[in-house]
Design a protein around this ligand. Sequence first.
Ligand SMILES: [Zn+2]
Ligand SMILES: [Zn+2]
Length: 274
Amino acid sequence: MQYNLFSSNQYTFFCLSSGSCGNCYFIGNGDYGILIDVGIGVRTIRKRLKEHGYDLPNIRSILITHDHLDHIKSVGTFARRYSIPVYATKKVHHAISVNRFVKEDIGASRRIIEKGQPFQIEDFRFTAFDVPHDSHDNSGYFIEFGTHKMTLATDIGKLTDEMTPYLTKAHHLIIESNYDEEMLRNGRYPYHLKQRITSGLGHISNRQTGEFLAENCKNHVRNIWLCHLSSDNNSPEVAYETVKKHLIDKGMVIDEKLQLHVLERNKLSPLMKF
Ligand SMILES: [Zn+2]
Ligand SMILES: [Zn+2]
């Protein structure tokens, strides 16, 4: 186990997996980390943590966005086997408790949060906010640490006025860019699935994400990670180019001061230090 890889007041972020194949994000420092969603297996999480110098004992808490399996797959194991506290809203905890794919009960590791009510985990202050989606509940997370503000919002049915302030004040933004509209339209998905995705309770497109960022996120943002890309209806190149075009059209410059990253499906991302 490796501790103190670098000064503990330096913060780190990386993604262990993104997309319907499973989602898992790490925010931490040189000593410990917090996972947001655990939608991949424990063995894979451990292996990928180790690639960036962390291990399971470094994980202090888990936050859950919503109860779809690609976000909660190994939550029971983390709670029971490793006694790691699991933070989620009451509705999400209830939905997890009745999910037949989650074998182990969260039990004493359950921590209930409320949207709009900030809570502190060590050096990190989190505020959950509402994100429309066809799950029992869905939270985005606004995260404050040191002088940094980070926002994670995924599985977004549609971008709402309620979400906008959390997205606009972030320096570091992880935001869904699920599908290319033309690829979805011409793709092999059945009609009902296409309807579900575009219903306002499914996912948002590269265009919607690009337009929103270009309109609202000009002032503070330094890093944008596009996440939860569809395997059938998107590609890292298409997502990147579409969003980049919208940003450039509004006069934003992609350079070392504003970096645009794409989180590839089921892949460990590079580690970012702040
Ligand atoms: Zn998902
Ligand atoms: Zn979902």
